[in-house]
Ligand binder design. Structure first.
Ligand code: UDP
Ligand code: MG
Length: 312
């Protein structure tokens, strides 16, 4: 059996060696008939990440890598890793040791039972994270679970071990805007969730700014739900009904009370409110249109600069 461990890396030069040592430490705990294949995906790092990875490749036969021409994002890096992986089981984890490698033997034993196609993990707390980020993260999970058909677990990490057939299904999903947390839920294979306490990253900084996370969450909602479109259409219907009633009321008032020139304030409020709603709806439609545009262009999700893999 081969276990492929896919590691997306963007500016992780200070973590690669420590990460590798951690993996070496846990691999004796895996069954004797299992070998590990480490696949680093260098996502256009601007530091010496690629150099560090190459050094490991020279030292250790089982280390492989794919290197992009520029930064394409973690989603693309994970896909490239999945496509390059030759293992019977595929694990994906971050390079910064926020995903504890010590859990791998337990996860591997579970997936080898054949009862599950995915052993996934979630953080039970968000210690060490800015409270504002945690707050918005919780809001996001509540919203996306209300809006979409796939259920996305709060605190779910990408860190998981998956079976070959599950990875093949994920690779088959050809969409260009990849919200992996949702994509992994979509095929519906049996999943076992394990929990762990949050850890702070080993070295370096998180690459996720607030704005990046915000647009990522919009991507998640747009990729997995049409409900915002339905909601905006519903708002339109409600406004139409209100306006019909108002036409009637205003006409009656005109007939009964004559035409005193009044109501400037209410008029302004109505104009502002309705034009706000219109812009919101246009924005919602625009988000879907933008995704459509990206899909239609059909650009590749990444371009490989160099690689050392088992790919035939
Ligand atoms: N990452 C990547 N490309 C990017 C951003 C991040 O490959 O454009 C990798 C990064 O090197 C790390 C993982 O994705 O291994 C998670 O990133 P990070 O630790 O910044 O995210 P956080 O843990 O803060 O959510
Ligand atoms: Mg991290």
């Amino acid at each position: 059996m081969v276990l492929s461990i896919v590691v997306p890396c963007y500016n992780e030069e200070s973590n690669i060696d420590v990460f590798y040592e951690e993996i070496c430490r846990i691999s004796p705990e895996l069954p004797d008939d299992t070998s590990v294949e480490l696949i680093f995906v260098n996502d256009g790092s601007k530091d010496n990440t690629l150099l560090k990875i190459r050094e490991l490749t020279n030292k250790d036969e089982s280390v492989r890598y794919v290197s992009f021409t520029r930064n394409f994002g973690k989603e693309s890096a994970m896909l490239a890793g999945f496509e390059a992986a030759s293992g019977d089981y595929i694990c994906v984890m971050d390079a910064d040791l926020q995903d504890p490698p010590s859990m791998i033997p337990e996860m591997y034993a579970l997936i080898c039972t054949g009862e599950y196609d995915r052993i996934a993990t979630r953080r039970v707390n968000r210690k060490g994270e800015p409270p504002v980020r945690s707050f918005f993260a919780h809001m996001f999970y509540r919203m996306i679970n209300k809006l979409s058909d796939v259920r996305i677990v709060d605190g779910a990490r990408d860190f998981s071990i998956m079976s070959r057939r599950m990875i093949d299904s994920i690779i088959d999903l050809k969409e260009k805007t990849r919200f992996t947390k949702g994509l992994l839920e979509w095929p519906g294979y049996r999943t076992k969730w394990l929990e762990f306490k949050n850890r702070e990253r080993n070295k370096g900084r998180s690459k996720w700014s607030f704005f990046k996370l915000f647009s990522y969450s919009i991507e998640g909602i747009v990729s997995f739900s049409n409900k915002p479109l339905i909601i905006s259409a519903l708002l339109g219907v409600i406004l139409c009904i209100i306006s019909l009633v108002m036409v009637f009321v205003v006409a009656l008032r005109r007939i009964i009370f004559g035409d005193p020139v009044e109501g400037w304030a209410s008029l302004v409020c109505i104009i502002l409110f309705v034009s706000g709603l219109q812009h919101l709806s246009i924005g919602i439609i625009g988000s879907y249109l933008a995704r459509l545009f990206i899909e239609i262009k059909g650009r590749p999700l990444y371009i490989i600069d160099e690689e050392k893999t088992e790919r035939k």
